[in-house]
Design a protein around this ligand. Structure first.
Ligand SMILES: *Cc1c(COP(=O)(O)O)cnc(C)c1O
Length: 428
């Protein structure tokens, strides 16, 4: 399906930019002149507001020392809760159900430690074969901690085509031996969105707890975790949310689980008013805050304060609308301009099944990415054959997308990629 009045001219790209109701946010970001950033799904760019709140937090430390916990511009003691409240609308949770803490993988460990309760025949964990490796390693190690053989106890639902997962196949695997399900909201390679509500309903019908890795969806698509009755979710804030490299992650725990003991406890799991009583019996917070462990990483949470302001102002509904349009535009251009050049779009075409990036498959993908970089375009490569391109709603323009496709066309026509080796770099 083509965009309305679609054509391949630069003039059309400029028209789309003129109609772009989010265009003014672009100037809030540090974009490098002469370079086009298409990797916001791996590491979002720095915004001026994120820089400001980071510097303000440093200033709070400089000015207040230990009193920064309760004083200064962004006091640290309630920072994780306050950021959780600002993030809550992006995942469709209430303020108490969301906390900014840990990192994706650490939060996954925390949530599996808290929610995986093997009992009788119900001992297995259900995931999928396309999932991000860190999640698989975490699940395997959790099974080992419980004394199980991960090869026998971790089910990885197969993909029929190596790109997508069928909800039907996942549901079929939900049998009476499954204790816990962990799936992505959006697949990191193909960008497919899973039907979170349907999978949650089906899991619950079978008495199985279900959680989602939202790394590739948070900040890019709206969610309704509370309404869908998802048990838990976890994510990083450095991709679409632009929270900075290695910045603090986030998690959601459904309020029906409040009061449960965290699997990995620490003093920051405490009810805030009890924490400084320093008792040896933990009174967990009656909120997602209970799943914190230790002292929050204040300086790597600080950029998120400013970044989330932008999301609040822009609105996730608007962000999604532009994201769908600009990614559709990219796919339309690829179809028209790069036909017969060996590319396959490995991303679902339907809006409802597509996240915030386009996955372009090609047998020469590794060296095409190197050529793109040489031409000032930042894509990312996923072995063995995927070029991921992510035009981002808050800072990418339609004209940039047009330029990316023109450059790609030239690289292919002139076989510019042939001078590189077709293998990945250390960080791809
Ligand atoms: C980016 C990403 C991660 C990264 O985990 P960290 O603990 O933040 O390094 C994990 N899972 C998925 C699906 C991701 O996309």
């Amino acid at each position: 399906m083509l965009l309305k009045n679609f054509d391949v001219t630069l003039r059309y790209a400029k028209e789309l930019d003129e109609e772009d109701f989010l265009a003014h946010f672009r100037e809030e970001f540090y974009l490098k002149p002469g370079s086009i950033y298409m990797d916001g799904n791996s590491l979002g760019l720095l915004s001026k507001r994120a820089e400001r709140t980071l510097l303000e937090s440093l200033e709070d430390w400089k000015e207040h020392g230990i009193d920064g916990w309760t004083q200064g511009k962004h006091p640290w003691f309630f920072l994780a809760e306050e950021l959780g409240e600002k993030l809550a609308p992006l995942v469709g949770g209430s303020a108490e159900e969301v906390i900014v803490t840990g990192s994706t993988t650490v939060n996954l460990h925390q949530l599996v430690s808290s929610f995986y309760k093997p009992e009788g025949k119900r001992t297995k964990i259900l995931a999928d074969e396309l999932t991000f490796p860190s999640d698989i390693y975490a699940l395997q190690s959790q099974l080992r901690i419980h004394g199980y053989d991960p090869d026998a106890q971790l089910i990885r639902v197969k993909s029929r085509d190596g790109r997508f997962l069928e909800e039907d196949d996942i549901i079929e695997a939900m049998d009476e031996t499954v204790a816990l399900i962990v799936l992505p909201t959006v697949l990191y390679r193909s960008g497919q969105i899973l039907d979170i509500k349907r999978l949650t309903d089906e899991a619950h019908r079978r008495g199985i707890v279900i959680g989602f890795d939202a790394c590739h969806s948070v900040g890019s698509i709206p969610h309704s975790f509370s309404e869908w009755d998802v048990d838990f979710s976890f994510w990083c804030n450095y991709k679409h949310l632009n929270g900075g490299p290695g910045g603090v992650g986030g998690l959601f725990v459904n309020r029906k689980h409040f009061g449960r003991m965290p699997g990995l406890a620490g003093w920051f799991s405490s009810a805030k008013e009890k924490q400084f009583d320093m008792e040896h019996t933990l009174t967990p917070a009656l909120s997602a805050g209970a799943f914190q462990i230790g002292t929050p990483h204040v300086l790597s949470a600080a950029p998120l304060i400013g970044s989330l302001e932008i999301f609040t102002e822009a609105g996730i509904g608007n962000i999604r609308q532009k994201s769908l349009k600009i990614n559709r535009y990219l796919m339309d251009l690829i179809d028209s301009e790069l036909a017969d050049m060996g590319f396959i779009i490995g991303t679902p075409r339907e809006d409802a099944r597509r996240g915030g990036h386009v996955s372009l498959e090609h047998i020469e993908a590794a060296r095409i990415c190197k050529s793109l970089k040489e031409n000032g375009i930042i894509p990312d490569f996923r072995a063995p054959n995927i070029i991921r391109l992510a035009p981002v709603a808050l800072y990418s323009s339609f004209e940039e997308v047009w330029e990316v496709v023109q450059i790609l066309k030239k690289i292919m026509a002139e076989k510019q990629y042939e001078k590189f080796k077709n293998e990945r770099e250390v960080v791809a």
